[in-house]
Design a protein around this ligand. Structure first.
Ligand SMILES: [Zn+2]
Ligand SMILES: [Zn+2]
Length: 345
């Protein structure tokens, strides 16, 4: 495809420096597809890139078009791609994996040793068009709203966490109800959790968690979390904790109120090191699991099933803005007054 397109580019290796640029529409190479982006979502990672935190500075080499959560239509294909893909509505697995390292071969491609990411190592989806590997373009159900199909990548993190352990019939505390924690509330309910307790300090997010199916909301700023969570679980503590807050004090407290023999699934990344009393963990028969990305492609299959079964996550979307207004989107997220913010090229 000829012509130029609008895109949001991290232009310099320092704070801010996100600019709307005009670039040539990229060409799909061998094994790649060109996608016309319908909607893209701002992720916490994009905020880290904007703020030029170490995570971003170690990986991104400007200028790079950012954005990795999106849906769109395949409009052109490179060599060795099935022509039937043209016209398909797709979302993207943002992790591009090598397929031949020891971990990929062991079925652990979500922690591939050679992972690169859309919108971080190479140009991403805050643009009118994006090129990605054919294998990363996952076909979407066109009957599901674009707003939801644009969120399959972060939803996949919630589904991966929730499918790490058996949730059916169990009491589940979801700690940290940012967009992914909120999605996890919907996932846990759909998977049959007997009670979902949302632990969240931001009242707007807590209220959304209740709308999305949480049975109880606990505010650690206003009440004793351990006491309130225990009260909601017959005094025993929840059987499962899905941790999305990345808050050190929150994680330390989780290891105290988790039920003996329970499981803590950790997604939230606390800054730096954290000291935990192992008596609360291994001596109590508690399991802790770490989550990275989505299992390829088991998580995608479970997610598809949950959406086909009517799971709804639209409540976690607060704003849809034109791509040009991306700065406003980032400001809204920083203010704590937004949930998921979508950009429309
Ligand atoms: Zn993301
Ligand atoms: Zn690999």
């Amino acid at each position: 495809m000829e012509g130029t397109m609008k895109c949001v580019v991290k232009t310099e290796p320092s704070r801010d420096n996100l600019h709307l640029w005009e670039k040539p529409i990229p060409k799909p190479g061998r094994g790649e597809v060109l996608i016309k982006v319908r909607l893209a979502a701002i992720c916490g990672t994009d905020v880290h890139i904007k703020d030029w935190e170490p995570f971003a500075a170690e990986r991104l080499n400007p200028p790079v078009t950012i954005g990795h959560e999106f849906c769109g239509e395949i409009v052109e294909i490179g060599k060795d791609v099935d022509p039937a893909r043209v016209g398909q509505l797709v979302s993207a697995e943002s992790h591009v994996v090598c397929g031949h390292c020891a971990l990929c071969k062991a079925g652990l491609a979500n922690v591939c040793l050679n992972t690169t990411c859309i919108g971080l190592h190479f140009d991403g989806a805050f643009a009118e068009y994006v090129v990605i590997p054919d294998e990363n373009a996952i076909t979407c159900n066109p009957d599901i709203p674009d707003e939801v199909n644009a969120l399959l990548e972060p939803l996949g993190v919630a589904v991966h966490a929730a499918s790490k352990v058996e949730l059916a019939g169990k009491t589940v505390a979801i700690v940290g109800c940012g967009p992914i924690g909120l999605m996890a509330v919907a996932v846990a309910k759909k998977m049959g959790a007997s009670k979902v307790i949302a632990v969240e300090t931001n009242e707007y997010r807590a209220a959304t968690a209740l709308k999305m199916g949480a049975d109880v909301a606990v505010n650690p700023l206003k009440e004793n979390t351990t006491e309130s969570v225990r009260n909601a679980t017959d005094g025993l503590g929840p059987e499962i904790i899905l941790e999305f807050s990345g808050s050190k004090p929150a994680i330390i407290e989780e290891t105290k109120y988790i039920r003996k023999g329970g499981s803590i699934v950790v997604v939230g990344l606390p800054p730096g090191e954290i000291s935990l009393n192992f008596e609360n963990i291994f001596y109590s028969g508690v399991n802790m699991y770490g989550i990275s990305g989505r299992e390829l492609y088991r998580t995608w299959n479970i997610m598809k099933g949950l959406l086909d079964a009517g799971m709804d996550i639209k409540e976690c979307i607060s704003d849809v803005l034109p791509l040009e207004d991306f700065e406003k989107g980032f400001d809204l997220i920083k203010s704590g007054k937004a949930l998921k913010v979508l950009l429309k090229p």
